[in-house]
Write a protein that binds this ligand. Structure first.
Ligand SMILES: [Zn+2]
Length: 465
């Protein structure tokens, strides 16, 4: 008897039994394996160059100069960043002379108070469009909601949290609203206190800015990609490139599920190309462990895989393919697919293809029926009519779950729930189906969003909504 049938026989929800059965999916195993990368520690990248991994969600680096140190990306919060500082001080007791922000994201910058002391002449460097992504999101009023908290995994139960593929969940996270039993948390959480931010003291507008700090000669290079305000740090004497979030060991997050400013794959490719042309030996990414050798080859593959997806997507768009068809058309060839650092841990190739389409051609997917769409309820009425009624759809969904086809079940249940929004059993079945689909997904944000949706259906069913 397989696990779904066993659950049925025992009358237990599949979502509860699967984790207890101790048989994690290949996806869960792969994510757990990946998370071993984030054991806290300091890695020596080159002589006088150190990177801290696992203390915070982002990677934090220190370059040791003649009479001081330079910090690249101090991280997400002062308490965790002070542990990084303590670890760095074991490598060098010299004072901090400069902090460099590779971009404006809070998980790279909010830890600065642990390294910055006012009045000590510490230079804090960033590009002159620093913070442009957050500003754009704020202008549109799209700063909060379920999308970011669901896709980052903040609302999941502790045993469901495996991180986002390029970082494990932070110890302290924004308060989720889900209790262990799936009900809504009732007490009011005090708002998380925002640490004081350290603003840049030095901004630059040039494409490339030469800098000498503590006897170390560096170049800060404008490199739009993951954000428009991104830069990379080039340390020619050691052939190290600090790539910020334009590189981590995952397919790039060209389309973040959480919803934020649009990202340009074309800019991203051009920025990686600039790094390749520096002829680097080592590359320090924004979140994952540094690449200690072969950086040029790794970055070349990163660039070429992105270019391949761009070219292939444009080729398909010229043939009037729909986004669904393009996803098939632009799958990575084996020479890229086999490379773990191009795996869909954080971004996905599929999301990239769909977003390219959306950015270049907009919502119309080339299908004439998309110009004559019916309302969702009408579409579901047609499906139910074809199947022989809502009850048949529900029965088919139960069979699909029992037959280990949770995605098939979820697609049928979507129609049932649309037509009978008060059907608690349908919502519980949907919760079970999505729990399995999510558990079998190794992309962090997609997994998190799917599992959060499963929890939400269960919560609604239990609350009788
Ligand atoms: Zn980041």
């Amino acid at each position: 008897m397989n696990v779904p049938n066993l659950c049925k026989a025992l009358g237990l929800p599949l979502a509860i039994v699967v984790p207890l059965a101790g048989q994690p999916s290949e996806a869960t195993k792969r994510l757990r394996e990946r998370n071993k990368m984030f054991e806290p520690g300091v890695i020596q990248v080159a002589e006088n160059v150190y990177t801290a991994i696992g203390y915070q969600v982002s990677a934090n680096s220190m370059i040791v100069g003649s009479d001081g140190v330079i910090i690249v990306d101090p991280g997400q919060m002062p308490s965790a960043a002070s542990k990084v500082r303590a670890a760095f001080e074991k490598m060098s007791p010299l004072p901090v002379r400069a902090i460099i922000y590779t971009h404006g994201h809070g998980d790279h910058t909010n830890g600065a108070p642990a390294f910055f002391e006012p009045g000590k002449g510490i230079e804090v460097w960033a590009r002159d469009n620093y913070g442009s992504e957050a500003a754009s999101v704020r202008r549109k009023g799209l700063t909060a909601g379920l999308r970011p908290s669901n896709s980052q995994g903040f609302d999941l139960l502790p045993e469901q949290r495996l991180g986002i593929g390029i970082a494990i969940p932070p110890e302290r996270r924004p308060a989720g609203n889900m209790m262990r039993d799936g009900t809504q948390r009732r007490e009011t959480q005090p708002p998380a206190r925002q640490p004081a931010r350290v603003q840049p003291t030095h901004l630059f507008s040039e494409g490339r800015k030469a800098l000498t700090v503590a006897g170390v000669e560096l170049e800060l290079v404008a490199a739009p990609g993951e954000t428009a305000d991104q830069l990379y740090v080039w340390y020619p004497d050691r052939r190290v490139v600090f790539a910020g979030d334009n590189f981590y060991q995952s397919w790039p997050n060209v389309y973040p599920l959480r919803g934020t400013a649009r990202r340009s794959l074309r800019d991203w490719i051009a920025s990686i190309d600039k790094m390749v042309r520096q002829d680097p030996l080592h590359v320090v990414g924004g979140h994952t462990a540094p690449i200690l050798s072969d950086a040029k080859e790794v970055l070349s593959n990163y660039r070429d895989a992105m270019q391949w997806v761009l070219d292939r997507t444009l080729d398909g768009m010229r043939q009037f393919m729909t986004p669904d068809e393009l996803v098939e058309h632009a799958r990575l060839p084996e020479r890229f697919a086999k490379l773990d650092y191009l795996g869909d841990y954080y971004g996905t190739v599929e999301g990239t293809v769909r977003d390219l389409y959306a950015q270049d051609l907009g919502w119309f997917d080339s299908d004439p029926l998309s110009l004559h769409r019916e309302a969702p309820r009408k579409q579901s009425e047609r499906i139910a009519d074809l199947a022989g009624g809502v009850d048949v759809l529900k029965q088919k969904a139960r069979q699909a779950i029992a037959g280990d086809d949770p995605l098939g079940a979820a697609q049928l249940l979507r129609h049932v729930i649309r037509l009978s929004p008060g059907d608690r059993e349908a919502k519980l079945l949907m919760a079970d189906a999505l729990a399995v689909v999510g558990e079998r997904t190794f992309n962090g944000p997609v997994r998190n969003y799917t599992l959060s949706s499963s929890n939400r259906y269960r919560q609604q069913a239990q609350a009788g909504q």
